[in-house]
Design a binder for this molecule. Sequence first.
Ligand SMILES: [Zn+2]
Length: 78
Amino acid sequence: MARRKRRKTTKRPKRTFPKVFLCPKCGKRSIRVKVLKEKGSADIQCGSCKLSESVRAHILTDPIDAYHEFLDNYSKTH
Ligand SMILES: [Zn+2]
């Protein structure tokens, strides 16, 4: 019984799931970020007000990084 725990495997999700962030335009938590590593960009879209942007991304970019870049761009242009 002592060794049973070793059979437990840790799950590593291979896909990056879209995460939901706060929208600077409509104020709702409905921003989805998709990092397209092959394209070197990340798509940002609000499911509520349909705001949509695209920012630079690379192999190490997390959705949160892309979101922050988007927020930065948004605050400069609005
Ligand atoms: Zn919105």
